[in-house]
Design a protein. Structure first.
Length: 228
């Protein structure tokens, strides 16, 4: 299975090589080495995540069902990905321990709740044992009191926790693509950290999520940041 990484923030800063035949070695070697090390870590996390998902028959079945929808900028995200890693890091058998299978997509021309309901009904028709949640992110900024989102990846930047803001999809060539606007560091470090707005004006929402989700009852090694 091929390996692809799709990201638009942290990792994209490090896509340029540290050595160019045209200009020679990077003048700031220490920085160059640090960037190389960081890139290696990112790729290790990426490869691990892709391997975990690829070895999980149930998650791969879900990804195939979602791929059949052929929706633009479409990912299965949040607990579907996060819980898989948390299970692995706790040496637990992988489960779909999540209330919903969160399917996100982005298309401003189809940004209605009615359209999402149709997609959910289609997925239930293919598997009614799962709780599907389909949300076109082109309309979700209104509910979340944010500026309009530009893509599914941009929408995830406005989610409460960095470790939750990860999506995955199976492309037409059978390759797993990952969208992780905050990288994968916190996810694999078992750190639950609020994103920017949930450190400030949305802090109470984040605190309430931590209280109601009770993640540490299932994954006791989580490190949850409560004070910011």
């Amino acid at each position: 299975m091929g390996r692809l990484f799709y990201a638009t923030t942290r990792t994209s800063r490090y896509t340029e090589p540290c050595f160019s035949p045209a200009i020679g070695h990077c003048g700031r070697m220490n920085k160059c080495l640090a960037v190389t090390s960081y890139r290696t870590t990112i790729m290790e996390f990426l490869n691990q995540l892709q391997s975990l998902i690829a070895s999980d028959p149930e998650r791969m079945r879900v990804l195939r069902l979602v791929r059949e929808l052929d929706l633009p900028d479409c990912w299965v995200a949040a607990g579907f990905v996060r819980n898989c890693v948390w299970d692995f890091m706790h040496q637990r058998e992988p489960t779909l321990y999540s209330q919903d299978i969160d399917v996100i997509w982005y298309d401003p021309l189809q940004a209605t709740a009615a359209r999402d309901a149709i997609v959910e009904a289609t997925l239930r028709g293919r598997d009614n044992t799962l709780r599907w949640s389909v949300k076109n992110q082109a309309r979700m900024h209104e509910r979340n009191a944010d500026r309009p989102y530009r893509s599914a990846d941009d929408a995830m930047k406005h989610w409460p926790e960095t470790a939750t803001a990860v999506g995955i999809r199976l492309n037409a060539e059978g390759q797993l693509e990952v969208s992780a606007p905050f990288g994968l560091d916190d996810l694999f470090a078992l750190v639950v950290r609020p994103t920017e707005r949930f450190m400030a004006e949305k802090r109470s929402i984040y605190a309430n999520r931590i209280h109601t989700k009770r993640w540490q009852l299932v994954w006791p090694n989580l490190s949850i940041e409560l004070s910011c």
